[in-house]
Ligand binder design. Structure first.
Ligand SMILES: [Zn+2]
Length: 160
């Protein structure tokens, strides 16, 4: 069994021998369940955090067998989803749907630019980006602990 926190194999153990994570994280109805594969390549783990513009998940790149962080574009208040019915993000009607689509485009094109410029200081390296479930995803190198969160927060401002 995969540990959905550190994305390493933990066997039948209740408590992960690698990171000591225990049990499962409670999900909200719009958050995708751990174990789901997206982009034909990435296994999602636990939700790391959620802001107004997206949900960040732990992830495992099955091709490189490497831990990653995956940000899903999800505009709170502008879209809805119930993963029990479908993984597709459903935009609200009218202007809100228009705003969501515009921002999704922007998010995606910024990901392309950031992926090109890789190694700059203080910028999380983007390894991949794709569209699925009526929204967009970016795959980032995994950085440990607080730094990841801090960097995601500061980067989140420009990704809005
Ligand atoms: Zn673990």
């Amino acid at each position: 069994m995969l540990c959905y926190h550190c994305m390493r194999e933990k066997g039948d153990a209740e408590i992960c021998p690698h990171c000591h994570a225990q049990g499962s994280v409670e999900l909200q109805p719009h958050q995708i369940a751990p174990g789901t594969v997206i982009g034909n390549r990435y296994t999602l783990g636990n939700v790391i955090g959620e802001g107004g513009f997206g949900i960040t998940y732990e992830g495992l790149d099955q091709v490189l067998n490497a831990r990653v962080a995956i940000k899903e574009y999800y505009m709170t208040g502008f879209v809805n989803r119930n993963v029990a019915a479908s993984l597709d993000v459903i935009p609200s009607v009218g202007e809100k749907a228009e705003t969501f689509r515009k921002n999704r485009e922007k998010f995606y094109s910024e990901a392309m630019v950031l992926a090109k410029f890789g190694e700059e200081d203080g910028i999380v390296r983007i390894q991949d980006y794709f569209q699925e479930n009526e929204t967009a995803y970016i795959v980032m190198e995994y950085l440990d602990g607080g730094t990841l969160k801090d960097r995601l927060n500061s980067q989140g401002a420009t990704m809005a």
